[in-house]
Design a protein around this ligand. Structure first.
Ligand SMILES: [Zn+2]
Length: 90
């Protein structure tokens, strides 16, 4: 009996753990609460989209920087603000 239960249990864990961890990491990259967002994303995977498009609370080293000219957040690999053209260091 248990050999039939175990794969189903693993599948059940995966469909909750994977979105949970991904959502938690996305939240942490945005200076937001890892636990809150991982639980939200595990229960309601639609929150993955919500947190993905969420703006960071503050600059996160290596993840997001804030434009000093217009205040928008940009991905760390982008060197120039796509909203106003302000360079990151300048
Ligand atoms: Zn800007």
């Amino acid at each position: 009996m248990t050999e039939f239960v175990k794969p189903a249990y693993l599948f059940f864990v995966l469909i909750f753990v994977v979105p949970g961890v991904v959502g938690g990491v996305l939240a942490a990259n945005r200076a937001r609460n890892f636990m809150v967002w991982s639980i939200l994303c595990a229960v309601f995977p639609v929150f993955l989209l919500v947190i993905y498009f969420h703006k960071p609370l503050r600059e996160v080293e290596g993840k997001f920087w804030k434009c000093r000219s217009c205040g928008e957040f940009l991905k760390w690999r982008e060197d120039v603000c796509k909203y106003c053209g302000e360079p990151r260091k300048g």
